[in-house]
Design a protein around this ligand. Sequence first.
Ligand code: ZN
Length: 221
Amino acid sequence: MDYNLLVPSKIVRSKRHSISLIINNNNELIVRAPLKCAEKAIYDFIYQKSEWIVKKRAELKSHSYAPLKAISGEKIPILDNIYEIMLYDKSRVKLVNNIIYLPKVNSSKNLLSYIKKFTKNYLAKRVEEIAKTFNFKYKDIKISSARTRWGSCNYLNSLSFTYKLILCPKTVVDYIIIHELSHTIEKNHSKKFWNKVKTCCPNYKESEHWLKENRQIINLI
Ligand SMILES: [Zn+2]
């Protein structure tokens, strides 16, 4: 066990009768205790709850998706890789060995337009490949900045995907593509629709599960 995780960030004493623990959104352990409560009683209480604390803090850590900053050292998950940002003095964005070199000037804007372009190229190619494999017909694809959904398919069979999709693993991206392509045949979420999805993507439930668990990733960029 990592005992550092059991060190409280703050002990708040007040007129109360019992000790309580919370882990706040910044992943800090906050203890509330009665005014005259002995220090030992507080630490005994923490150790009693150690399993819960460690589990909870680990969970929070894996789900903390604070918006990314366009600064050196920041890491971005893209498809199945982790890319690192490095600011530099040139004026062009370039990618070398998992390092995204970003001009210092307008770094956030440059990062965003780079990711959007990267996503568009990747999805255009991948949608075409998958459509060909499973014999789907679609009109075209658009890249959006949607914050609440990964993709959509309209009545003209024009597909739209948020650029944030690039933060997901490749298998999950493939599932979303198959999901939207299946809507070219079935516009609803009927049994027939899910059967179609399953034929093309037998493990789609794993991807659904991943998306549910990692919902917050959409807020990263
Ligand atoms: Zn759908």
